[in-house]
Design a protein around this ligand. Structure first.
Ligand code: NAD
Ligand code: GLY
Length: 368
């Protein structure tokens, strides 16, 4: 089966003998050329959720060569599913099927499925192969690349997990056609993030292309995915386990994770919380004298153009933010570490924000 539209583009995450490709293009699902090279053995389990299964499970199965032992596991949809209980369901299914260390797990879905399946793979029989087949924009530009896997704990987002790299990432851009607009916007938050932290030129391009991106214009989306994955791959190759530069990928996330955890997982989408969080980070950067009012206004405009929230939840006090932010994994020795902006396209890790400056931002940032 071949696709006559544009040939896929391949990037590489350079991690020595754990290096892997990211294939990006239309029509990848269902074409056996893309999954086959990355299977560890004959046993394959495709894990997805009940929303994605009717849309893409059959096509994914068709992308596997004949003669394999293939199982499927369909989990409930939603961030609340990203739990240890769901991971246990995956392990139970693998054990029941008699899957051995040469099995391969295929994570077909968004970041929830990808994070959870990756974690299940990291621990099953001390680590088995897995392939990321991301179907949301957010997963295509961020969560499927880089090997951060895990689940939520009631006390904090992504608190239980492991670094475990996939064997490949297959991004079939056709899957975005069925993505609800709110989910598309959530993915655009992470795309904007790459521009803000590392590439002012890309940010300027995004400012011009936002209407096309929201209208699912294929060339624009492909370019946005490719540039985002390039940046993510570079950062991960430089700092796989987040000892330094990888922390910059968390721009807006400390605020955003606080919103997600306070609201109850799933009420605000991760990307929505990151959108509001990036604006909070930009406003804090302005209070520290790092960004101008004009640069903050540009940040606000692009977040607004992506149809992302510009305010925090009405029922969240400054103290509610602080309680959650103190739990952030980036903090060291109880110092709050935040990712802030020195300029648009230039992010820094900062752990010296005066507490009163942060408190004022948290109190005064708009609520809705
Ligand atoms: P998600 O996985 O919940 O997917 C969003 C929704 O879209 C779900 O309802 C899903 O069923 C549906 N969906 C998925 N693909 C679809 C398609 N093609 N058509 C129609 N519907 C589709 O959410 P997400 O935004 O993809 O991921 C968020 C998760 O990713 C969070 O848990 C977050 O913590 C995690 N994350 C991880 C990393 C990382 O580096 N590992 C990075 C960023 C985010
Ligand atoms: N999404 C942040 C990271 O992968 O490091």
């Amino acid at each position: 089966m071949s696709d006559s539209r544009n040939a896929p583009h391949t990037l590489r995450v350079a991690l020595g003998d754990r290096s892997y490709p990211i294939h990006i293009g239309p029509g990848l699902l269902g074409d056996p050329r893309w999954l086959s090279p990355y299977l560890a053995g004959r046993q394959v389990m495709i894990i997805t959720n009940e929303t994605i299964a009717p849309l893409y499970l059959e096509r994914c199965r068709q992308g596997l060569p004949e003669g394999l032992e293939v199982r499927e596991l369909v989990l409930p949809d939603g961030e609340a599913t990203k739990s240890l209980a769901s991971v246990e369901r995956i392990w139970d299914a693998l054990l029941e099927a008699g899957f051995n260390r040469r099995c391969t797990l295929v994570a077909l879905g968004g970041g929830v499925i990808g994070d959870m399946v990756g974690f299940a793979a990291a621990c099953y029989q001390r680590g088995v192969a897995f392939i990321q087949v991301p179907t949301t924009l957010l997963a295509q530009v961020d969560s499927s690349v880089g090997g951060k896997t895990g689940v939520n704990h009631p006390r904090g987002k992504n608190m239980i997990g492991a670094f475990w790299q996939p064997r490949a990432v297959l991004i079939d851009t056709d899957t975005l056609a069925t993505l609800p607009p709110r989910e598309l916007s959530a993915g655009l938050a992470e795309v904007i993030k790459y521009g803000l932290i590392r590439d002012a030129e890309f940010l300027a391009w995004l400012e011009g292309e936002m209407p096309s991106l929201r209208a699912l214009d294929a060339p624009a989306l492909t370019r946005a995915i490719e540039r985002s994955c390039e940046i993510k791959a570079e950062v991960v190759a430089e700092d796989e386990t987040e000892q330094g530069v990888r922390a910059l990928l968390n721009l807006g996330h400390t605020f955003g994770h606080a919103i997600e955890a306070h609201q109850g997982y799933g009420k605000w989408l991760h990307g929505e919380a990151v959108g509001a969080g990036m604006l909070m980070a930009a406003e804090l950067s302005q209070r520290l004298g790092w960004l101008s009012a004009g640069q903050v206004a540009r940040t606000r405009s692009i977040i607004e153009a992506a149809a992302l929230p510009l305010s925090a939840p009405a029922d969240m006090s400054g103290e509610d933010f602080l309680v959650r932010m103190r739990l952030d994994k980036k903090n060291i020795d109880s110092r709050l570490r935040l990712i802030l902006l020195r300029a648009l396209g230039d992010a820094r890790v900062h752990d010296e924000t005066p507490p009163e400056t942060l408190a004022a931002l948290l109190e005064e940032f708009p609520r809705r």
